[in-house]
Design a protein around this ligand. Sequence first.
Ligand code: DQA
Length: 162
Amino acid sequence: MRSGQGQGSHDIMPGAKHILVINGPNLNLLGSRETRHYGRDTLKAINARLARRARDAKVRLVAFQSNSESTLVERIQQARGQGVDFIVINPAAYTHTSVALRDALAAVGIPFVEVHLSNIFSREPFRRESYFSDIAVGVVSGLGARGYELALEFALQYSGKR
Ligand code: DQA
């Protein structure tokens, strides 16, 4: 994890790989939200597991969640200047609507994996359309919270080649 942000912070892991985990709208409600689709893990618990794994692997991991499209766009834009090497993103409902988020990811050019807890292909037809999948390195969908961990494992090994 990062030691902090903004002025006065120091980098505890200079040169370490830097991974950003982004979660979109309503994922702050994980644990209680539509548990048949999204399971009972809270986002806090998921992020704690990711942080532990990142610490073991000696990489910097920052987790960010927002319900706001513009805040998510701004966070992605900042990522380039912050030296983020890889993004794991669950765009949630914006998966199916947001050209703006797609454009932000394309603009920064940081490789990313798209994660969904549920299998978006086995649900309502509108969920089958993603604005992200074709520009993602890959997609994990339907494996529940494990999907984030698998995406992180992939990010740890990712070197630009597959
Ligand atoms: C989701 C699937 C989306 O369709 C939905 O809007 C979400 C969560 C998932 O993780 O399965 O909010 O991205």
